[in-house]
Design a protein around this ligand. Structure first.
Ligand code: MG
Length: 226
């Protein structure tokens, strides 16, 4: 083991976010189609408007807002009683999402290797991140988490990473951050001189400081670097 501990992103790092989101979104579209007789386009447009509204109205706060708000405002926009349907749609989305998360090959080998020495560092709201933790059984390996909701800030803000170091009682030089987002995970870690591994599954071409950052295309490659 090269490090005393790991800082670990969850979404799109431990499982594929986009494919899971697509399945969950389709289950919501199917439900709205049959329940309200609306086309996919009109539902998606309303959702997009709702999302933008929430971002504008809550621009002062961390920007990963609860999907419940998006759904409520989408229904308001469609003139459908939000009090009657918001929770149902929210639950359809997340129940489907959680059922369909597929951890990448190598995830549990890494978790086993660093058992008890991992802090999850994650944006999005605490409640749903805790549900993902339980579903993926991350609690068997990890004992610490920092969410953007508890921090009032999102990655790449250094506070998230400092807080994770504090919870692990380790220094920047002792840990490695692993994440899929160059802008959030890697830039945030680099700003505190924390080494990182960028899981670049989409094979994007980007510039970064390669004294601090190593790039991999698949999760399995991480096992050889830690
Ligand atoms: Mg991520």
């Amino acid at each position: 083991m090269r490090y005393k501990g790991l800082l670990l992103d969850i979404d799109n790092t431990l499982y594929g976010y986009d494919s899971t989101h697509k399945i969950a979104k389709n289950s919501v579209l199917d439900y709205c189609n049959s329940k309200f007789n609306l086309t996919n386009t009109s539902i998606e447009e309303a959702y997009d408007i709702a999302r933008k509204k929430v971002h504008i109205e809550l621009s002062e706060t961390a920007s990963s807002h609860n999907r419940l708000l998006y759904i409520q405002k989408m229904l308001e926009h469609l003139n459908i009683n939000p009090l009657e349907h918001t929770l149902d749609i929210y639950n359809i989305y997340w129940d489907t999402f959680l059922e369909n998360m597929k951890p990448f090959d190598g995830v549990y080998e890494l978790l086993e290797m660093y058992k008890g020495k991992i802090c999850l560092v994650t944006d999005l709201t605490a409640h749903i991140q805790h549900r993902k933790v339980q579903k993926l059984e991350l609690d068997r390996y990890c004992t610490k988490i920092v969410t953007s909701e508890e921090s009032g800030r999102e990655k790449p803000h250094p506070y998230m990473f400092m807080s994770a170091l504090g919870k692990l009682d380790l220094k920047a030089k002792d840990v490695c951050m692993i994440g899929d987002s160059l802008k959030k995970d890697i830039v945030g870690a680099s700003s505190l001189n924390i080494k990182s591994i960028w899981l670049n599954s989409d094979k994007k071409i980007e510039n970064y400081d390669n004294t601090l950052v190593q790039e991999v295309k698949t999760f399995n490659e991480i096992l050889e670097l830690v």
